[in-house]
Design a protein. Structure first.
Length: 354
């Protein structure tokens, strides 16, 4: 009876508490508050109001969950011998660094709170994780001709173009500072004179054969499109009629592949490229661009589904404890007290997978 009573008492004891600053464990591997906070800081806009405690905790929970997923995949990359090689890491590091001068590169690292070693570690983790996804998810996706035919038959109306459409890309230069700016050069005109000079310089580069998408990623001041090379997608002609008349006039004068001069608007200067023009009418399945767009659509949907399912099964096979979530529940939503750690001992925070 005494032995049974002791067994009951033992079963009622709470699990051992984590070390200070440990917010989760994945198969015995700790994820610390330092790692979460490091990525959390990159998500904050310094010019926006500070988030409330509830908002901050919600974001940190989401980040921690992504870091848990990353750790699961990273551990699998080691077991499957899919870790990124040193040469692959250096190639990606060089690619990341190449658009910047050394001073610009150091500013980018400082803005993210990274060191060069942090960045290399981050790159190695992300390449290793992507290798697992490619091996376990992407390689298993097949899109058949019948899949394409069925999709077209079920969505035929999507391929009926009601009016002329223009696929456009843009470079935007504004005469004022934008806290949301995210171009690769971190280049931001702050006065009208600066904006004019910058627009003229970019126009000159484009006239000598510079790649429009690269220039947009480096210098465009539109946060929404600079990251995608200025791509606006297809714009219906009716939407052009609602824009500035100078923009519509310029678009209608361009031929596919042409780049405009600088267009002066009330709040900005713009340079446009007409990537393609699409006439109205039904687009048939025999059109290669229609087939490719359908294949891409089906492939992306299958990848999202299989990725989510694969990650769910991987989590089932892992031993995970989310101490931060437990602490938030136990404290009724209060911020857990965190003992500061030595950042050098904590390591770099992997960027959450999207």
């Amino acid at each position: 009876m005494l032995a049974a009573a002791l067994a009951v008492l033992s079963g009622c004891q709470k699990p051992s508490q984590p070390a200070a600053g440990v917010w989760a464990t994945v198969n015995g591997k700790d994820i610390t508050s330092t790692e979460v906070d490091k990525y959390y800081r990159t998500q904050l806009n310094p010019d926006a109001p500070q988030p409330s405690q509830d908002e901050a905790l919600s974001l940190k929970l989401n980040i921690l969950d992504e870091l848990i997923n990353n750790q699961i995949l990273l551990q699998r990359s080691k077991k499957m011998a899919l870790e990124a090689a040193d040469g692959e890491v250096e190639d990606k590091f060089t690619e990341f660094k190449s658009p910047y001068t050394e001073d610009e590169f150091q500013r980018q690292l400082k803005a993210r709170g990274y060191t060069v070693d942090d960045l290399r570690a981050d790159i190695r983790q992300q390449l290793s994780i992507q290798k697992v996804i490619n091996h376990e998810v992407v390689a298993k996706i097949a899109v058949t001709d019948q899949d394409v035919q069925d999709f077209y038959n079920q969505n035929r109306a999507q391929f009926n173009v009601a009016e002329p459409q223009y696929r456009l890309a843009q470079i935007v230069i504004t005469p004022h500072k934008d806290p949301g700016l995210r171009n690769r050069k971190n280049d931001d005109a702050t006065t009208d004179a600066e904006a004019k000079r910058k627009a003229a310089a970019l126009e000159q580069q484009l006239s000598t054969g510079a790649d429009f998408a690269q220039i947009a990623m480096d210098y465009s001041e539109d946060p929404a499109t600079s990251g995608s090379g200025g791509d606006l997608g297809y714009v219906p002609e009716s939407s052009l009629s609602q824009s500035d008349p100078a923009l519509k006039k310029m678009v209608l004068s361009l031929k596919a592949g042409q780049v405009s001069g600088v267009i002066a608007l009330r709040d900005s200067y713009r340079i446009l490229k007409l990537v393609a023009k699409e006439a109205p009418g039904q687009r048939e399945l025999s059109d290669p661009s229609v087939q490719q767009s359908i294949r891409d659509n089906i492939h992306n949907r299958k990848e999202q589904l299989l990725r989510a399912a694969y990650l769910a099964t991987a989590r089932n096979d892992s031993k995970i404890t989310n101490y931060l979530a437990q602490q938030i529940v136990e404290s009724a939503g209060k911020l857990p007290v965190v003992v500061p750690q030595n950042p050098a001992a904590a390591g770099s925070a992997p960027s959450p997978q999207k």
